[in-house]
Design a protein around this ligand. Structure first.
Ligand SMILES: Cc1cc2nc3c(=O)[nH]c(=O)nc-3n(C[C@H](O)[C@H](O)[C@H](O)COP(=O)(O)OP(=O)(O)OC[C@H]3O[C@@H](n4cnc5c(N)ncnc54)[C@H](O)[C@@H]3O)c2cc1C
Ligand SMILES: *[C@@H]1O[C@H](CO)[C@@H](O)[C@H](O)[C@H]1NC(C)=O
Ligand SMILES: *[C@@H]1O[C@H](CO)[C@@H](O)[C@H](O)[C@H]1NC(C)=O
Length: 542
């Protein structure tokens, strides 16, 4: 889309807005940053920018500013007083405003972050710890969804949540779906840039495997679709992670078939109920080999207190089929779990989204339109691993010992195999394919009142180090959508940022990292789109 032509009405409004902005200057640096930005917008574009409900600065109304900053930020760890705050937050009302703000950020040399759903694990969409001042462009007002059942596709704007997308698909058809993330509040904008897995990944692959087209704003402020951006960029944005190649305005996705009836279950075992880890060991043997329609993940928690603290493993599943068919699969492949028909609940695919998202079982599906997660926001730190051979009993014992030492630990083991193993490693930048049995996510969280958060961060680093012999190596692989700024850092020796990038790059992207850097060098050689772990341009050789 090109910049809109000046219309007399718009120009009049722009002058009015400019006039207004000149009279709301307050003598702080953030206000003048905002003024420079707004003035640039009006000088260089013909887009009308209303100031109300579009710009949020602490100097103007700090409580409103904090409310907007916190609105979709998922990790409380990055909202504490000591964390750097943006000079202002800008919420574009349409795509031409995004384009105009890129042009002006570049012109003025303003460092900015872009936020769709705010789930970044390291807060990279709303905090910059590397450059100040910075601003946040929040895409939450761009959330249109257009479903086209006839050609099995949809256009979804970046600020829409996956919950809204799933709801809108199901509104049009009970037998269409989309294979992206489990948590209903994820923003489609950032989510699809890093892969996007959910309960249908074994059947259909990742969200990013099912992207047909995209509309982006590049580093020159141009709006490009798939054809205009070319094969390289279109490859890079589907898994090369957010904030490196451009701003995603909207994705065109491929809808996939889902049955009218799906079946879910959650079966929980305490350590005592799974003596000798017989069930867990069997899960490791079968999780990636089950029929593609069955996704059984394992969620590890601790329960009870001092006297009777135990670890629990919850087998949390979605099956694309009815209860009878599921019982047959389980009897044949995984009888050790002891699943009974009473454990199984038949429902629509959309209801299964509400279920697996973590809402209580009878929550109405329109909860998906509220853009909320079922869980209260927490301070958290997470890490990930990929497992290629079953973890032996001795390893499992050690894991449970570690879990029992932490206040609020969690682990999720997420099965691979099926379609995930059939897609080649270089098809998109996401490389974790054949040979992966499951992915581990480690999480620890703590309340705001906790006086020593470093204790929890040390705990998770120690667990990660303990896991070294049991997980993938050379490189030890990680999921980029579980962003982890520990990767590539070395306590003992200082490394250049490009050396660090080579370490995390190999973990997130394996052999695809080189191609990502080459593409970056071509489309954004000045590194305009950057953050703590953005793809760097290839180092210049002399
Ligand atoms: C509670 C929770 C549950 C999760 N569940 C899953 C899951 O089931 N499956 C899964 O695969 N992942 C899951 N994730 C991880 C999630 O996929 C990533 O955090 C993802 O990046 C979130 O996208 P977002 O738009 O919500 O986040 P944001 O924080 O808005 O963005 C993430 C990154 O992408 C950049 N970005 C944002 N919007 C754009 C854009 N429009 N164009 C370019 N770059 C952009 C940001 O600057 C940032 O670097 C979960 C995360 C959380 C916190
Ligand atoms: C500031 O924002 C809050 C909402 O967070 C609102 O209630 C209040 O009226 C605003 N104050 C001013 C002076 O606009
Ligand atoms: C632990 O004991 C408390 C009461 O002492 C009980 O309420 C709780 O259910 C027990 N937890 C477990 C996991 O057995």
């Amino acid at each position: 889309m090109a910049l809109s032509k000046p219309s007399p009405v718009l120009s009049f409004l722009s002058i009015l807005a400019l006039f207004f902005s000149l009279y709301t200057i307050t003598p702080t640096s953030s206000a003048s940053l905002q003024d420079q930005f707004i003035n640039c917008l009006h000088r260089n574009t013909h887009v009308y920018f209303p100031l109300e409900n579009t710009f949020f600065a602490p100097a103007k109304n700090v409580s409103m500013f904090s409310q907007v900053l916190e609105s979709t930020a998922q990790n409380l760890r990055f909202l504490t007083k000591s964390m750097p705050k943006p000079g202002f937050i800008f919420k574009p009302l349409d795509e031409s405003q995004v384009q105009a703000s890129i042009i002006c950020s570049k012109k003025l040399g303003i460092h900015f972050r872009v936020r769709s759903g705010g789930h970044d694990y390291e807060g990279l969409s709303y905090v910059s710890e590397m450059e100040r001042p910075f601003i946040v462009m929040d895409l939450s007002k761009l959330r249109q969804i257009n479903i086209n059942i006839k050609d099995n596709s949809a256009w979804v704007q970046a600020g829409a949540t996956v919950g809204e997308l799933y709801y809108k698909i199901a509104e049009k058809s009970r037998v269409h779906g989309f294979p992206a993330g489990l948590c209903s509040s994820l923003g489609i904008g950032g989510h699809l840039t890093g892969g996007a897995y959910g309960s249908m990944m074994r059947k259909y692959g990742l969200g990013a495997d099912n992207v047909l087209d995209a509309k982006i704003v590049d580093a020159n402020g141009k709006v490009l679709n798939r054809k205009a951006m070319g094969d390289d960029t279109f490859w890079a944005i589907r898994g090369g992670a957010g904030g490196s190649f451009g701003i995603i305005l909207a994705w065109k996705i491929k809808l996939v078939p889902v049955p009218k009836t799906v079946t879910v279950f959650t079966v929980t075992k305490t350590l005592q109920q799974d003596a000798g880890n017989k069930i867990l060991s069997k899960w490791q043997m079968v999780a990636d080999k089950l029929v593609d329609e069955l996704f059984i993940r394992v969620i590890f928690n601790v329960a009870g207190n001092n006297g009777n603290k135990t670890a629990t493993t919850s087998y949390n599943a979605v099956f694309l089929g009815n209860k009878g068919a599921l019982m047959n699969v389980m009897k044949k492949s995984f009888p050790e779990l002891g699943l009974t028909p009473k454990d199984c609940i038949e429902m629509s695919w959309l209801e299964s989204i509400v279920y697996i998202s973590g809402f209580s079982s009878r929550t109405p599906t329109h909860v998906l339109l509220q853009g909320k997660s079922p869980f209260p926001k927490i301070n958290f730190k997470a890490k990930s691993d990929f497992v290629k051979k079953p973890i032996p009993e001795s390893g499992l014992k050690g894991i449970f010992q570690k879990l029992l030492k932490e206040d609020i630990p969690m682990m999720i083991w997420n099965p691979y195999g099926g379609m995930m193993a059939r897609i080649p490693e270089s098809q998109i930048p996401f490389p974790h394919r054949k040979g992966v049995i499951f992915k581990i996510q480690y999480v620890t969280s703590w309340p705001d009142s906790d006086k020593r958060p470093s204790r929890h961060i040390n705990w998770i680093r120690d667990l990660y180090s303990f896991m070294t012999p049991y997980v993938s190596s050379n490189p030890r692989q990680s999921y980029v959508n579980y962003r982890d700024l520990d990767l590539g850092k070395n306590k003992k020796t200082a490394m250049s940022s490009i050396k660090q990038a080579q370490v995390w790059g190999a973990k997130y992207f394996k052999g695809n990292f080189n191609r990502l850097m080459k593409i970056k060098s071509k489309v954004d050689p000045e590194n305009f789109f950057r953050h703590e772990q953005s793809i760097p341009p290839l180092p210049v050789r002399d």
